[in-house]
Design a protein around this ligand. Sequence first.
Ligand code: H2U
Length: 366
Amino acid sequence: MQDTGEDKQATETFAPDEHQHIRYNPLRGEWVLVSPHRTKRPWAGQVERPPDEDLPRHDPKNPLCPRVTRPNGQVNPDYKSTFVFPNDFPALLSDSPAPPSDDDDPLFRSGAARGECRVMCFHPHTDVTLPLMTLVEVRAVVDRWIEELEELGKKWVWVQIFENKGATMGCSNPHPHCQIWASSFLPNEPQIKDENQRQYYLQRGTPMLMDYVARELEKKERIVVMTGDWVALVPFWATWPFEVMVLPRRRHVARMTHLTPYERDSLAEVIQKLTTKYDNLFQCSFPYSMGWHGAPTGERLEDAEAEKYWVFHGCYFPPLLRSATVKKFMVGYEMLAQAQRDLTPEQAAARLRDLPDVHYKLASQE
Ligand code: H2U
């Protein structure tokens, strides 16, 4: 427990939407400071450029578009659905010399890093993001993610699928796409989640996130959208203002590769519904970084214990705070002490939940 000090002075009754407090994230084993009384502070800081809404459907200069020649001379096929290619500027190569082993040195440790990086285009049209695709098209994206996980997961212990969307998140290309980085090592984030889920399972004999989702379904305070098999909610311990987790709500699933056809359809639906609400929040193409986490792969595919405690889930981290142009900075206190938020997770969930289910661009066409 973080030392909260004795609360000797409090005379008012605690109200989570009014009074500052700290919340625990059991998945990462860390705390977040919630300061709801600060939501009304004026903003005179940096303003982002609004996302570009007038994108061409096809740009012959964009290396992610169909039929375009990439700078390395390769010509993209005239793809009609998803398209995956090896990243031309990969952070991880499959064959590279390893540093000398220095496990005994407590101060200067290093290790081998090998892997593969791919780029996956979601759709042939640059102006069509996930919420604007048909359900069949989103389902094709889900299927392709699973195919990539199956293939890369045979060899690599961790396959990270992630989407960086919008220039605010450092995304270099507006074409709808994600990246897939597979590595010979378990990166920090999944390693922390692996250990915390394992410890919880050892102590209680149930998977942490299935227990968590059951409690959230009872409370109904932080739910944004639900489909047959999935729930998208703002976690109790969210750090980003409109952070969302996508969790299985009926059946314990450890890996994305374990999904049934119906669960895949239902996942496509929750992705479409959530991203529609995101875009509707500030009537813009909502930026975020998102990705999927499930039980490790490669040499850990046979780890039956990990399949008992890992719960497959999605994480959405959007930076926007109060408009299409004002983002939350994770700086100062966050870098030096711990994450802090103003808006409560319950307020964020209510704002998203109350938005229309129809995308603002499609609503104007009705
Ligand atoms: P981001 O927009 O999320 O940065 O991803 C684009 C990726 O596409 C990036 O990793 C790759 C970049 O290396 N890329 C290619 O592999 N080939 C190209 O011709 C352009 C971009």
